[in-house]
Structure formats: structure tokens, C-alpha cells
Design a protein around this ligand. Structure first.
Ligand code: NAD
Length: 767
């Protein structure tokens, strides 16, 4: 043992190991062999595999590899328990969540040490962040459970939720999933990662002690095959945290099944340091952002962007700080960085490093499953280390000249999970933060997380939020409308040519355009042909998307301006109401222009009122949940109330700052073509609304797969929901599809949520 006197001589840290006796006693009490936790009971172990302490290589316990039958049994137990759980009073459910929070606090050391043994992360992180935040999550959601009737009246849970979590924050990710699910009245089947199942298994004890009714929480252990079985089981909703690769597989797997899906995926988060930043603060922030947990953090600030003028100085100070980072025994309270989770992970990181063209700077690490803090400088933005998630302690650095370039580089990635912005200039910091396409942005800080603050990604970092009110919606079943009847299709022989508009065009980029293929078709009403519309093909769709992408200015316009334009649109439609009504009637459509005018008025009203929230986070500063437009929405119009539905979709998309490519209803398409002139006279900028006419089933896969479309909504009577969801896996775009059910056009909240991404911005403020 090092003497205190010696330590004074060297001013080095002495060892300060956390006691693992309690964790060992818990493992021994279970004979270090675990079965699943199903229906409130621990099952007999099945075929097992070892879970290993990566810091030492010791096998900690044997854990059961879940089979399809195990998963089925767990889902059955959850199904049996869920109804009564949902029917329990808000107060009763809240008390159980509260008891879980208390239980986690009471056993904080057990959980922290088990987490360290299983993951190799430093005890400081497990103790001060993981366990503390997990308890905070259950406290916060005990509150949401208690208030459910007041804050979310009429809310209905999904039912049985499958939940799959990764290895980097096993207990914290469990709490992010279990707490909101239970608070809203769901039952869950959770599968922890195969490398780190222990805290989930210990959580089963807490559930028993806290009075969670048997079957409400079930834990099935196993690897990816068990996860795949869970995703394929008869669940109502799947919540997944893990890699983008597996997220994509799960998007395809669940497509067309009508179940809920939220994906929290990978990231490559930019860490932007401006010349006027507090440099030492920014250097210290990086220790937390990338190295603390060996870089095995989804929101790790792994792309360092430094303004040129300070780059040399910054790099020098960073390398000096790296040399002082202590890597070693994760149970040591004075250690900054522990082991990597698994030798396989270490090998993966080293393989990526071996290929870089940048300059590699390394700190110091012991032998074994450890890596030192690593900085790779002189990189181009296209370098794989700048683009691909490493999930190791590797910081990739490049420089920028201007704030505009910083934003451009920050957004030059398929991911959009998190970002940090460092500047002492308030204008610079607050101007830059909202320009970054990331679900979470920290100003002069990093990696701050809280149960009240929505967390989740944009772009290929996934969709859905965990935390706050936005996170609750992930566990509520949207109201399903009545099944849509097949719309009445009038058929016949084309009428004499003078009845037909041979100049059939679509509306793209604020102009009327002939369909690319030159094809058109007659439109029939009860009394025969009433006109003709173009048939859009893939190229027309591409042109429309391009026009919508070009109309970026709309997303940056003020709510006031958007309201003005929507009011004007309503006014112009109102002036021509009789004409629209006549045309609707001629096509045999049941709808009234007056209803559409009302819808536009309502959306004009919303345009400047969909405010974000200020979040009550328990840290100095302010977290803001901002509503950002999704971007370009591709939508398939409804046939049941063609004009009102189109007016609602146009109103909702535009009010929330989005640009739209709308495919007209198949059975009353002339109502869409009539809208061109109304749009023209209403000051809607070119490209903000693009209208195509054509076949929904034909266009659905192209819309779903188009990389320029950020979200697809379908209200169509055609059976295109599954196709859209499957194709959307390509870039993990957001989808809102109807599965052949009617939409409640008056449900503003649903449209507002679909039209926005919540961006959580953390800013230093007061206190
Ligand atoms: P992973 O995707 O390989 O595994 C995650 C989980 O999915 C594990 O439980 C695994 O067993 C399971 N799984 C694997 N294949 C599956 C399949 N085909 N079907 C169903 N389940 C399957 O990810 P990982 O390597 O364990 O974790 C690291 C990843 O997690 C990183 O990409 C990281 O960014 C991400 N992550 C994201 C967040 C977030 O909130 N966005 C948080 C933590 C980690």
C-alpha cells in the first residue's frame, strides 16, 4: 500500500478502491447463475453464457441465453398483467415508481459497483451519474404517473412494450425506458445487452421490493438473437437503444405491423470551440464529453471543431490535459477512465485507428482491456474518423475559419444526436446552437442529461424522445380512427375532348409543370368525365422534393409570417368556395370548402403559438425544449374529405415551418389542381407547397425511400403504410401512417408533434 508520505512526495494519487463486497455477496446469493425474471419470479437458468469483468477478465456470473419461447412467455406475462396495471389509479402507479426510486437510492452502492464490474466504467461515473440519474428518472416519472389524468387526459398506453438496451449505460438506459412506460400504464419486457446484464437482473429485486405487480416488468437476457425474437414477438411497441445498423434492421422488421417504434441510435456529435471560448473550460469539458467513459457514450463529443486562430494553443493544452487523465482500475475512485467494455470493442477501436491518415496523439493506459485518451488531429471532414461512430476514447479534430463553416462542418454527418458549442460571446453561442441539426445542444457545457429534458436524435440518430413530456408520448397509443372505406371510384369512358383539360399539370416549385412522362388520365365523377390530371412518376417526385429542399427560407421564417400567409390562403379559398364546392360535387366527393377554410384558419392560429418549454432541470442553467420543423414532409392526401384534409395537411405542415410535397387524393385530384391558383395568389413562396397527382401505391416506395424527404405522412385509403415504413429505413426518416384508418383532422396536437422535432438546448442561466 502506498504511504501517505510517499504520496506527498510525488503528489500522485493513492489508490482509493470502492468496496465490492456487497456486489459479490449479491452475486453469491444467486449462486452467480441467473435465469430470466418473468411474471414477478426468477426463472430457472436455461442455457447460459458468462458475463465478464472487462477490467480483469474474471467471469462474474452465468446468464441465460433467452430463447424464442422465453420471450413468448415474458410477453404473455406482460399481457396478463398490463390491463390491471393500466387500470390502477394514477396515485397507485405513482407510488410504485416512487418506491423504485427509493429502492435504487437505498441500494445505490450495489448498483454502482455491479455496473462498474460489468461494464468497466469508472466508479465515479456509475455512482454520480448512472445510479443518481436512474433514481432521478423514477422520481420524475412517479410525478408523471401521478399527474397523468391532469396533463394527458384520455391518454391510453400502448400495452406491452419490448425494450432493448445497449451496454454503455445499462441501468440508465433501463430507467429511461421502464420509467415512462410504467408511468403511462404499460407493461414491459426488457432485454439488456449481452455484455452487461447484471444491473437489469438486480433491478428485478427492486421491482419485487417496490411492489411492481408480477408481469408488469419482465427481464429476458440474451444476445442479438434474443433481441430479434423480442422485436418479432406480439408486442405493441418497441423501444430500442443501440447502433444505427440494428435500428435500421428493426425499422424494417416492424414495418407494416402497426406497432409503435422509437429508436435511440448512434451519434458523431460535434464539439465546437470558437476563438473567444473559455479554453480551459472547453478542454475540461472534453474530458467529460469523450474520455470519461472511454468514449463509449452515444452523445460523446467525438468530433472536435476548433476555430483556426486558437487551434494550436487548444491542441497543446488538450494534449497536456490528456497526459494527466488517469486510466486504470474502474473501481478506483480517483480514476478518470476505466476499461473498455469488452476486448472485442477494444479491437474494433484499434482497427479503426489503424486506418486513419491523421496524426495520432495518445495518453497513457495500462495493459489489458484499456485504451488511453486518444486525439487524432489534421483530419478532413470526410475522414472515416470524422464520419463513423468509433465508440472508443478517440477524439477526431479539425479546424474551421468562420461560424458558417463551423455549422456546415457540424451538420456534415448522417447523425444528429448531440452537440456542444463553446463561446463566451452570447450572440455567437446562441446564434449557432439552433442551427445545428441535433436533438440536444449544450452551450458551454457537455453531456448534461436529465429526466425532464427530452433526449433523442435527428436524422440517422433515430426518432422519438426519452425524457420530459415528449418522452411520455412514446408510450401512449395514438387514437385509431375508424377503418376507411374504399373510396368510391367513378369510372367510364372519356368524355368528348372539349370536356377534358389536355394541359394537365402539377404544381412544383411555385410553377405548373407537365408530368415528366407526359401521361395523364381522365377524372370521372358520377356524371362522367370532369377533367384530366397528370400522372407523376419518380422523376416528378424528385423535382418536387428538390423544390421543397430549396425553399429552406420557410423553415427559418417567423410564426407571425407563416400565420399571415395561411390566413391569406384561407381568405382566397373562401372567396372561391362556391367554385370548389361545385368541383367537389362534380367529382362525387363529400366535403365542403367552408370546412377547409376553417382548417386553414385554425392552422394560421397555431403558427405563432406552438411554443416550446422551459424545463425544470436540477442543475444550474436552463434547458429549453424547442420545436424545430422536421424539414421536408412528403404526404399522401386522404380521399374521405379531400379538400379539408389537404387544407389540414398544408396548414399543419406550413404552420410548423415545414415544406411539403403533397400527393393529391386519388379520387378527387382536381381539387388539388384547383388549389394551384389559390396558392399562387396567397404569397406562399415557390417550393413550400408542391402538389403532385398520381397513383399512391406507385409513388409510396419512392417517397419512403427518397433521401431528401425528412418525414412521410400517409392518410391514403391505399394500403401503403407498410411500404412507406420499410423504405423509410434507408435513412430512418420519420413516418406517420394510417394503416387504412381515418384521421381526426381536428387533433391539432398530433399534427403539431408530427411536424416538429424537439431540440433540447441547455444554456447557462442565472443561479
Ligand atoms: P447494438 O445495436 O449492437 O446492440 C444494442 C442492443 O441490441 C443489445 O441489447 C443487443 O443484444 C441488441 N441487438 C443486437 N442485434 C439485434 C437484432 N438484430 N435485433 C434486436 N436486438 C438486437 O449496439 P451496442 O454495440 O450494444 O451499443 C452501442 C450503440 O448504442 C452505439 O451505436 C451507441 O451510439 C448507441 N447508443 C445510443 C444511445 C442513444 O440514446 N441514442 C444511448 C446509448 C447507446
Amino acid at each position: 500500500m502506498t504511504e501517505v508520505a510517499e504520496i506527498f512526495e510525488t503528489m500522485d494519487w493513492g489508490p482509493a478502491p470502492e468496496n465490492r463486497a456487497e456486489a459479490d455477496a449479491w452475486l453469491d446469493a444467486h449462486a452467480r447463475t441467473f435465469g430470466h425474471f418473468i411474471g414477478g419470479k426468477r426463472w430457472k437458468p436455461g442455457e447460459t453464457f458468462a458475463t465478464v469483468n472487462p477490467a480483469t477478465g474474471e467471469a462474474l456470473a452465468q446468464v441465460t441465453q433467452g430463447t424464442e419461447d422465453d420471450v413468448t412467455a415474458a410477453v404473455k406475462a406482460a399481457r396478463k398483467a398490463q390491463k390491471a396495471w393500466a387500470a390502477a389509479s394514477d396515485h397507485d402507479r405513482a407510488r410504485v415508481l416512487y418506491a423504485i426510486a427509493r429502492g435504487l437510492q437505498k441500494h445505490a452502492r450495489l448498483f454502482a459497483v455491479l455496473e462498474v464490474l460489468d461494464t468497466g466504467k469508472p466508479i465515479r461515473e456509475a455512482r454520480d451519474i448512472d445510479v443518481a440519474l436512474a433514481a432521478r428518472h423514477f422520481y420524475h416519472h412517479a410525478g408523471h404517473a401521478a399527474l397523468r389524468g391532469e396533463t394527458l387526459p384520455g391518454a391510453a398506453p400502448w400495452g406491452v412494450c419490448g425494450q432493448i438496451v445497449p451496454w454503455n449505460f445499462p441501468l440508465l438506459m433501463l430507467s429511461w425506458k421502464v420509467a415512462p412506460a410504467l408511468a403511462m400504464g404499460n407493461a414491459v419486457v426488457l432485454k439488456p445487452a449481452e455484455w452487461t446484464p447484471l444491473t437489469a437482473l438486480a433491478f428485478a429485486d427492486i421491482c419485487q421490493q417496490a411492489g411492481v405487480p408480477p408481469g408488469v416488468v419482465n427481464i429476458v437476457t440474451g444476445d442479438g438473437a434474443t433481441g430479434a425474437a423480442l422485436a418479432a414477438a406480439e408486442i405493441d411497441k418497441l423501444a430500442f437503444t443501440g447502433s444505427t445498423e440494428v435500428g435500421r434492421v428493426l425499422r424494417r422488421e416492424t414495418a407494416g405491423r402497426g406497432i409503435g417504434l422509437t429508436l435511440e441510435l448512434g451519434g458523431k456529435s460535434p464539439y465546437i470551440v470558437f476563438e473567444d471560448a473559455d479554453i480551459d473550460g472547453a478542454v475540461e469539458g472534453l474530458v467529460d464529453a469523450i474520455w470519461f467513459n472511454g468514449g463509449q457514450v452515444c452523445c460523446a463529443g467525438s468530433r472536435l471543431l476548433v476555430q483556426e486562430g486558437i487551434a494550436e494553443d487548444f491542441q497543446r493544452r488538450l494534449i497536456a490535459r490528456m497526459a494527466k487523465i488517469r486510466v486504470g482500475d474502474p473501481l478506483d475512485k480517483a480514476v478518470d477512465m476505466g476499461a473498455l467494455v469488452h476486448a472485442e470493442q477494444k479491437a474494433r477501436v484499434e482497427a479503426m485507428l489503424a486506418q486513419t491518415s491523421g496524426t495520432v496523439h495518445r495518453g497513457v493506459a495500462p495493459e489489458g482491456c484499456y485504451l488511453p485518451p486518444i486525439l487524432v488531429s489534421d483530419l478532413h471532414s470526410a475522414d472515416p474518423l470524422m464520419q463513423e461512430e468509433v465508440f472508443g476514447p478517440v477524439l477526431a479534430m479539425t479546424t474551421f475559419r468562420t461560424p458558417a463553416e463551423a455549422v456546415q462542418l457540424a451538420n456534415d454527418t448522417t447523425y444528429g444526436l448531440a452537440a456542444s458549442v463553446w463561446s463566451q460571446d452570447i450572440d455567437m453561442a446562441l446564434d449557432t446552437a439552433p442551427r445545428i441539426d441535433a436533438g440536444v445542444v449544450w452551450v458551454n457545457g457537455t453531456n448534461m442529461l436529465d429526466a425532464a429534458a427530452p433526449f433523442g436524435g435527428m436524422k440517422e440518430s433515430g426518432f422519438g424522445r426519452e425524457g420530459g413530456i415528449a418522452g411520455l408520448h412514446a408510450y401512449l397509443r395514438p387514437e385509431a380512427g375508424a377503418a376507411l372505406a374504399e373510396p368510391k371510384r367513378y369510372d367510364g369512358t372519356a368524355a368528348p375532348s372539349d370536356m377534358i383539360d389536355r394541359t394537365a399539370k402539377m404544381y412544383v416549385g411555385g410553377k405548373q409543370a407537365r408530368p415528366d412522362g407526359g401521361y395523364s388520365r381522365p377524372v370521372f365523377g358520377p356524371k362522367g368525365a370532369v377533367g384530366e390530371v397528370g400522372i407523376a412518376n419518380r422523376k416528378d417526385l424528385r423535382n418536387a422534393v428538390e423544390a421543397a429542399r430549396g425553399a429552406k427560407g420557410w423553415s427559418a421564417s417567423t410564426g407571425h409570417l407563416r400565420a399571415q400567409i395561411l390566413y391569406y390562403l384561407a381568405e382566397n379559398l373562401s372567396a372561391r368556395a362556391a367554385e370548389f364546392d361545385a368541383r367537389l360535387k362534380a367529382q362525387g366527393a363529400k366535403d365542403a370548402a367552408e370546412d377547409a377554410v376553417r382548417a386553414l384558419f385554425r392552422w394560421a392560429a397555431w403558427a405563432d403559438k406552438h411554443d416550446g418549454r422551459t424545463l425544470g432541470v436540477p442543475m444550474g442553467g436552463l434547458a429549453l425544449a424547442l420545436n424545430r420543423p422536421v424539414g421536408v414532409i412528403g404526404a399522401f392526401a386522404a380521399e374521405d374529405a379531400p379538400l379539408t384534409a389537404m387544407a389540414t395537411v398544408i396548414g399543419a405542415a406550413l404552420a410548423t415551418g415545414n415544406r411539403l410535397v403533397l400527393v393529391a387524393p386519388e379520387t378527387a385530384p382536381l381539387t388539388a389542381t384547383d388549389l394551384y391558383q389559390v396558392l399562387d395568389t396567397s404569397d406562399v413562396p415557390g417550393g413550400v407547397v408542391n402538389l403532385l397527382t398520381g397513383d399512391h401505391a406507385e409513388l409510396a416506395p419512392h417517397m419512403g425511400g427518397h433521401l431528401g424527404v425528412d418525414a412521410v405522412w400517409s392518410f391514403s385509403s391505399a394500403d401503403i403504410s407498410g411500404v412507406i415504413e420499410r423504405e423509410a429505413a434507408a435513412d430512418l426518416k420519420r413516418t406517420w401512417v394510417n394503416f387504412g384508418r381515418a384521421t381526426d383532422w381536428a387533433d391539432s396536437d398530433r399534427f403539431l408533434r408530427a411536424g416538429c422535432e424537439v431540440q433540447t438546448v441547455w444554456v447557462p442561466f442565472g443561479l
